[in-house]
Design a protein around this ligand. Structure first.
Ligand code: URA
Length: 335
């Protein structure tokens, strides 16, 4: 298998993983080719480290850069997780594996908890009063939460939602990344800038919507991001739900699979590709599921952008936001 094919396969795996797929059917020929790649990867891994002054491989250089800049979005994507799990799994496949028609390669997405067990979420009651009073109370509570703070490195911040407390539309993301935990605001890094553009394309700006996350701290692994564990999500969820109760949006937009798992509960059979673009409910509120902007950054095909844009047009229609002919035409014909 040549490099381009291997790269294409890797991209496809990453896409499937991001969509929530966990199984990849493989025929014997593909499996043999993949074993060869795994053997090569393993040989490279065991090769002596670059001598000082020696030029780094392009990939090593890219990774180094990723770590140095702590690029939140690039690191958040299943990229490193997929690669590691993929290669690990391939390395473990015995050469004498049964000659079945199809082998199943499982790419595990939901990690086990790398942290000490978390306490139960702290109970709280919102004060009587208007939305501002409730929101300020909740924000103070979250920013002072000892468990949230214990997951934040010195100089970094717990991140609480932001936006219009009367917003019709509530965007729900996954977790803060490197930029967010520096600024203490959701969606301010590269994915955030893309989300801001999407909101702009809808004829709105950030001050007209509400933006929150499932998590209030950045789930970190080494120097990258990782998906939050179930336990971590459960700890933070009451805070997200309270923000939804305060804002009372008509529509919630779940950005990506973690947001879906957080809002609707974990279900390993769910596939983002199948559920996106369809209306569902979060309690009494309308819920639209779409791809996470980080995913778009990684797979920036016009067809993928069109899918997200169609989801956003459905949101606009339901929110009573007029859609111009020009807007209807964005990425049209890209499917
Ligand atoms: N991705 C998210 O899901 N949330 C953020 O705040 C930033 C990136």
């Amino acid at each position: 298998m040549n490099h381009i094919l291997a790269q294409t396969l890797k991209e496809e795996l990453k896409r499937l993983l991001a969509e929530g797929e966990e199984f990849l059917p493989l025929d014997d020929a593909s499996l043999s080719s993949l074993k060869a790649i795994a053997a090569k990867a393993s040989a490279q891994k065991n090769a002596p480290a670059d001598a000082p002054g020696q030029k780094k491989s392009a990939n090593a250089h890219r990774r180094q850069k990723l770590y140095e800049t702590e690029d939140a979005e690039a690191a958040r994507l299943p990229d490193n997780l997929a690669e590691i799990k993929f290669v690990e799994k391939l390395e473990r496949l015995a050469p004498e594996a049964a000659p079945a028609e199809e082998k199943i390669l499982k790419v595990k997405q939901n990690q086990t908890n790398p942290e000490a067990p978390l306490p139960k979420p702290q109970p709280f009651i919102l004060p009587e009063g208007d939305k501002n009073l409730k929101w300020n109370f909740l924000r103070e509570l979250v920013l002072a939460d000892p468990v949230c703070n214990s997951h934040v490195k010195p100089g970094k911040k717990v991140v609480f939602g932001i936006g219009n407390l009367d917003a019709k539309i509530f965007f729900c993301g996954e977790a803060p990344g490197a930029d967010e935990e520096i600024q203490g605001e959701p969606f301010v890094g590269r994915a955030g800038q893309l989300l801001t553009k999407i909101i702009g394309a809808m004829g709105l700006d950030r001050s007209q919507v509400y933006i929150g996350n499932i998590m209030n701290w950045r789930p970190e692994i080494e120097r990258g991001n990782r998906p939050p564990t179930q336990e971590e999500m459960e700890y933070c969820l009451p805070y997200l739900k309270a923000q939804i109760d305060i804002v009372q949006p008509e529509i919630i937009v779940a950005l990506g699979m973690t947001a879906v798992h957080g809002l609707l509960g974990f279900d390993p059979t769910r596939r983002l590709g199948k559920i996106r673009g369809k209306w569902t409910k979060f309690g009494e509120r309308d819920l639209m599921i779409t791809y996470h902007p980080s995913f778009l950054l990684q797979y920036a095909s016009a067809a993928m952008k069109r899918l997200v844009w169609e989801d956003m047009m459905a949101v606009m229609e339901r929110a009573g936001i007029p859609i111009s002919q020009k807007q209807r035409g964005y990425y049209a014909g890209a499917k």
